[in-house]
Ligand binder design. Structure first.
Ligand code: FMN
Length: 282
């Protein structure tokens, strides 16, 4: 059995899970090839017998680049497949959405795996909250290895029910869906040219290669934004303002963080953001 694992990882949590799932597959005597779509295009599916898709959860959704990658795979056919997701605080039904996208593209998913991952979501970091900082843990990595092993030997199935989220999360999921991002939010990034030092950090860190520099050296956003907010997070001069900084989002983030702080199952650290760097303190 030869398995292809395609995943997207910006801040390495999903990458760590992908590596461990692959290791689990190899311990069962099968072969596994992994590919982070942030860095390279996935290989042809032809020579593989199984497909794994790994993704972080973004806005209670599957990020747009992952959806587009699944849709764009060549030589799609009904081979066994599985999914794994990492999330910072609450994934809600992102697993179901991923499963649906895989089925629509002709795959037959028969197992999934969830793990926490360190949550570098700008909205929460701005509120001083770094959720799930030390994840995935060694236990989660071990569980990922077991999952990989089980997937090639038997399959794990899908859970029956998902806890319903607070109403506001449902609204956020709709707002942060593919269409609103593509049709509206991605056009709303603003640059403060007085602050911008034209260092290109935003361009280099953009996982969907959506930022180019104009002849003056200022960033220009294209039409492939996946709303990871990496550009705004890492700008050393805080010159980038995305919709996450709008006053209405400020209220929503405040609400979400108040939930996170009350949830004993979510680990968190206090942080400050300073010149594009995250400083943690106890
Ligand atoms: C833009 C953005 C949106 C996110 N949205 C959610 C979310 O809706 N629910 C959640 O539990 N975690 C959310 N997260 C946290 C990520 O899913 C989590 O940190 C994941 O492990 C990151 O994976 P990576 O390190 O492989 O990039 C979000 C993170 C980012 C950057």
């Amino acid at each position: 059995m030869k398995c292809l694992i395609i995943y997207y990882s910006l801040t390495n949590s999903t990458a760590l899970i992908a590596e461990n799932v692959a290791e689990g597959i190899r311990t069962s005597g099968s072969d596994a090839v992994i590919c982070n779509i942030k860095d390279e295009a996935p290989p042809e599916l032809d020579s593989f017998d199984m497909l794994g898709i790994g993704t972080p959860v973004y806005g209670f959704n599957v990020p747009i680049n992952v959806l587009e990658c699944i849709e764009g795979l060549s030589n799609k056919r009904n081979i066994p497949s599985f999914a794994f997701l990492t999330y910072g605080t609450y994934a809600w039904n992102a697993g179901e959405l991923l499963k649906k996208a895989m089925i629509t593209s002709g795959f037959k998913p028969n197992g999934w795996f969830f793990s926490h991952g360190a949550d570098y979501f700008l909205g929460y970091l701005k509120k001083g909250c770094f959720a799930s900082p030390n994840h995935p843990t060694e236990e989660e990595k071990e569980a990922a290895r077991r999952f990989g092993h089980d997937m090639v030997t038997a399959g794990t199935g899908w859970p029956e029910s998902i806890q319903p989220p607070p109403v506001i999360y449902r609204i956020e999921q709709i707002f942060l869906g593919r269409r609103p991002i593509r049709l509206y939010f991605q056009k709303k990034f603003k640059l403060n040219k007085d602050k911008c030092i034209r260092c290109g950090i935003c361009m280099k860190g953009c996982p969907s290669k959506n930022i180019s520099l104009n002849p003056e050296g200022f960033p220009v956003w294209g039409r492939n934004c996946i709303m990871c907010l990496s550009c705004e997070l890492h700008c050393p001069k805080e010159a980038i303002v995305s919709p996450i900084s709008w006053p209405v989002m400020n209220l929503i983030m405040k609400y979400n963080v108040s939930h996170i702080l009350k949830d004993p199952d979510i680990e968190k650290l206090k942080v400050t953001l300073h010149n594009g760097k995250i400083e943690t303190y106890k």
